[in-house]
Design a protein around this ligand. Structure first.
Ligand code: URA
Length: 434
């Protein structure tokens, strides 16, 4: 088989066979196909797409390009969760302990943030002492004793995806539904769970800006799940404003703890409860969304959720005292308050630009090699539909340096639009795809 022939076949709209896809993925994994030919194939796929069968074959080949995690020694139905990425989306830190406290094992490999979207691993690392590098053996032990592990991907999980993603990132081939689906689902399949709940974000702060493309992405991932016998439920949720009020690593940990303690609610809690309820349904621990949400809320009220979070911290070396003393978490010293420049309604937000403002504070990374400031970020003070008066605070910005605060504040001013006209209600849960 010759890679040039395969590139030409895809370039001209042909359908790749399983053998051809396996040849391509093997060549990516062992580097026998040079980056320039892999990139050419990615661009051919970007323009010609893959059909469902090709997408499933690509996903399976990527899932088996390295080691896979065998969770069969853990009792019960194991359910994983994945978000396609958003701003102020810290649902994992809320629902993982809540779902685990309902008796369902949660073994979750998470990723780092890139660009405007945050990552669970960075948030966990803002907790003094917390270890995200957990061996597979250790993870199985943790899951058997506490029902919960939050960890980084092991080194040899889906090496083909690591190489392909790095090349897609620099060749303008990220935004393609078969490639995004293959990338996400290969990692989820290799991570071993029996069922997967996906949070497919849709709106100005998501990869998928409109409802139709979010649904197409969700359906493609659900079809892949079906082809490999894993139950997939996709929740399409809105990302037309930051999901929570805090953006930035330690700030998001604080908001997650406030929710677990039952002190605050809002959209972040609602999305966490919805995803968590579908996780309980997949694990046969709830028989409806209402039942699932009620069970999760019960464990917020009786303190079992925050107790499970404490158990997670102790298990993985994190300082559990942060739960009662937020000053033990980093907070950057410089502060700038962004104020409304006129009276009116908060009409709309450009969420990607708010994510960009958070990058300016030092809370995120523009490229993989960048280091991040765990104590930097933004606390939003308003949501779409709120009324404000000129001079009211719309956000607080925290950073290590004054100029970074000012630059982030500038982005924020451009990202939040205030008008006399009342905006339409923002929809939070747009659809459920099975
Ligand atoms: N997240 C992933 O893991 N892969 C993609 O391609 C896009 C988002």
């Amino acid at each position: 088989m010759n890679i040039v022939d395969l590139i030409i076949k895809k370039r001209d709209g042909g359908k790749l066979t399983k053998e051809e896809i396996d040849f391509f993925v093997n060549g990516v994994t062992d580097s026998s196909i040079p980056d320039y030919q892999v990139s050419a194939m990615l661009m051919a796929i970007y323009f010609q797409n893959l059909d469902n069968e090709e997408t499933s074959e690509l996903t399976l080949a990527m899932a088996h390009s390295g080691s896979t995690f065998d969770l069969s020694s853990i009792e019960g139905i194991k359910v994983d969760k994945h978000s396609t990425g958003g701003v102020a989306d810290t649902t994992t830190l809320i629902l993982a302990p809540l779902v685990a406290s309902c008796g369902v094992p949660v073994v979750k490999m998470s990723g780092r943030g890139l660009g405007f979207s945050g990552g669970t691993l960075d948030k966990l690392e803002s907790i003094p002492g917390f270890r995200i590098d957990v061996s597979e053996e250790q993870a199985l032990e943790y899951a058997k004793t506490s029902n919960i592990v939050l960890m980084s991907q092991t080194d040899n999980l889906t090496p083909a995806d690591k190489k392909l993603y790095a090349l897609r990132d620099v060749t303008g081939t990220v935004e393609n539904i078969p490639l995004i689906s293959g990338s996400i689902m290969s990692k989820k399949i290799a991570a071993g769970a029996d069922a997967i709940v996906l949070d497919v974000k849709c709106g100005s702060g998501a990869f998928m800006k409109d409802y139709d493309s979010a649904v197409a992405l969700a359906k493609t991932m659900a079809d892949i799940g079906k082809s490999v016998g894993r139950e997939v439920t996709a929740v399409i949720s809105g990302m037309d404003q930051p999901l929570g009020m805090n953006i930035g690593n330690s700030l998001e940990v604080i908001e997650a703890m406030e929710i677990l303690k039952g002190n605050v609610g809002g959209d972040l809690l609602e999305v966490a409860l919805t995803l968590g309820a579908y996780m309980l349904i997949s694990a046969k621990t709830a028989d409806s969304v209402e039942d699932g949400k009620a069970k999760l809320m019960e464990n917020i009220k009786n303190g079992k959720g925050i107790a499970k979070f404490r158990e997670l911290l102790i298990q993985q070396g994190g300082n559990p005292d942060i739960i009662d003393d937020y000053s033990l978490l980093p907070l950057s010293p410089e502060k700038e308050v962004v104020c409304a420049e006129e009276d009116g309604y908060v009409y709309s937000m450009n969420t990607a630009e708010i994510g960009r403002a958070s990058l300016e504070t030092g809370a995120g990374r523009a490229s993989k090699a960048d280091s991040i400031d765990f104590g930097a970020g933004i606390i939003m003070k308003v949501r779409i539909g709120d009324t404000v008066k000129k001079g009211d605070a719309i956000a607080e910005v925290y950073s290590a340096a004054k100029e970074k605060c000012l630059s982030a504040a500038n982005y924020l001013k451009g990202a939040v639009s205030i008008k006399e006209e009342k905006p339409e209600d923002v929809r939070l849960i747009l659809d459920i795809i099975k």
